[in-house]
Design a protein around this ligand. Structure first.
Ligand code: HSE
Length: 427
């Protein structure tokens, strides 16, 4: 005899509808494999009268959150509202009532992990969030369980599909950021308000979650340096390609001893790096552990069914768990993880300048770099000289971010102007 678990939904947009479809279509197989049967008892929606693709049974939809939170038969709440509020308040209320929560909400989770986890522990409820990061890719479960025997030192993630789609098309076609974004919005591939994606915030929330799990130390969202793709020019993508590099919006987390750095910004990586071939809306996470070595996960990081895949898997895990597990963050009790200040990191750089095409100019630029400990690894002068100035592109060796910024500021504008400065991971 199958065990029946009653669940409630908070929200039923794209992801919620995907979960409904997956649960309905796939229930017999889940029941066969696990002995668990899930019954969706209530679904909270904002507007009861909105036309919907799915014909929900009479009485299932409600616009009163209490119908989900106060229903004692509902033991697991699935949250698909997105955003910080009211999702955080309602998820907290569900946990305080002892209801296990499965969420796809990276914002509420990244910002309020401590409070949510505390409430879950106090009531004995479970808190599951695989879908919050890279949707279908099982990266949360892998970090929490499968990679336990590793000290993870590095994560490089392409964790935002919208920006990866835009950069991939800019790379392939040489089109401008504005033109690709406009078309992506027309095709429904980018949000009407794309700010959170293109400004890197979506990736930063996800990185805060990944880095916290990977390093077993809480890395708050505020500690993630964020720079989006809105100022990326196709000229730089092309110049980088000619020097052997591909531009990606990377979510980077590194740990050296106790020092942890986390940053999201457009980054050049070698053309032959596995991440360089992750194109379109795909997501990927490349990590290094001291025992597992290098490893890459790739898959769909958004969409109704890919997200539902993670939600329903979490639901099965939650319903089958003998005891819910919660990650422990050592630095919430005592400082075992030193969070580096923003810009306190080292990497290589790509610098594009418009420089006077005259004797001695390059040596003066190289001297300014050298004054700040920045060493040049490759240089290319490109195209025709215009108004006496030529485009010159440098790739540096690894240097400190602060030194590079100082060197760039000290370039004498009478001989050269810095048109673009991007980071390079030569890994
Ligand atoms: N907006 C995200 C992306 C998906 O473009 O990848 C949800 O996190």
């Amino acid at each position: 005899m199958d065990k029946c678990i009653r669940v409630g939904f908070l929200g039923c947009g794209n992801v919620g509808s995907g979960v409904w479809r997956l649960l309905n279509g796939f229930s017999p197989e889940i029941a066969h494999r696990t002995g668990l049967r899930f019954e969706v008892k209530r679904i909270l929606v904002r507007d009861l009268h909105k036309p919907r693709d799915i014909a929900f049974p009479e009485g299932l939809l409600t616009d009163r959150v209490e119908d989900v939170l106060d229903d004692e038969e509902i033991s697991i709440v699935l949250e698909f509202l997105g955003g910080e509020e009211p999702a955080y308040r309602w998820v907290l209320a569900a946990l305080q009532r002892g209801k296990t929560v499965v969420t796809a909400n990276k914002v509420a989770f990244a910002l309020h992990w401590h409070e949510l986890q505390k409430a879950a522990k106090q009531s004995g409820a479970g808190l599951y969030y695989e879908a919050a990061v890279c949707a279908a890719i099982p990266i949360i479960h892998s970090l929490e369980e499968s990679l336990q025997a590793n000290r993870i030192s590095r994560i490089y993630g392409i964790v935002n599909g919208t920006t990866n789609y835009i950069l991939s098309r800019m790379s392939r076609e040489g089109s401008s950021y504005e033109a690709v974004l406009e078309e992506a919005q027309r095709l429904g591939l980018a949000e009407p308000d794309p700010a959170s994606d293109v400004e890197g915030l979506d990736a930063a929330y996800k990185l805060s979650i990944l880095a916290s799990l990977a390093f077993h130390g809480r890395v708050p969202f505020e500690n993630v340096y964020v720079e989006g793709i809105t100022r990326v020019q196709s000229e730089d993508i092309r110049c980088g390609q000619e020097l052997g590099y591909t531009l990606k919006l990377l979510a980077i987390a590194k740990r050296e001893g106790l020092d942890v750095e986390t940053r999201v910004h457009p980054t050049f990586i070698r053309n032959d790096h596995p991440l360089a071939n992750v194109s379109g809306a795909f997501n990927a996470v490349f990590l290094t552990g001291h025992a597992c070595g290098e490893m890459m996960f790739m898959g769909r990081g958004a969409g109704d069914l890919p997200t539902a895949s993670a939600i329903v898997s979490d639901l099965v895990r939650a319903a089958s768990a003998q005891k819910h597990m919660y990650p422990t963050f050592e630095n919430e009790l005592y400082p075992t993880v030193a969070l580096r200040n923003n810009t306190d990191w080292r990497c290589a750089f790509y610098v594009r300048m418009l420089a006077l095409d005259e004797p001695g100019v390059l040596s003066r630029i190289a001297q300014t770099f050298a004054n700040h400990g920045v060493s040049i690894s490759a240089m290319q002068q490109k195209g025709e000289t215009s108004n006496g100035r030529a485009t010159v592109v440098f790739i540096t060796h690894i240097a400190s971010e602060k030194d590079m910024q100082k060197a760039a500021q000290e370039i004498d504008p009478a001989i050269a102007t810095v048109e673009c400065l991007l980071r390079v991971e030569k890994t």
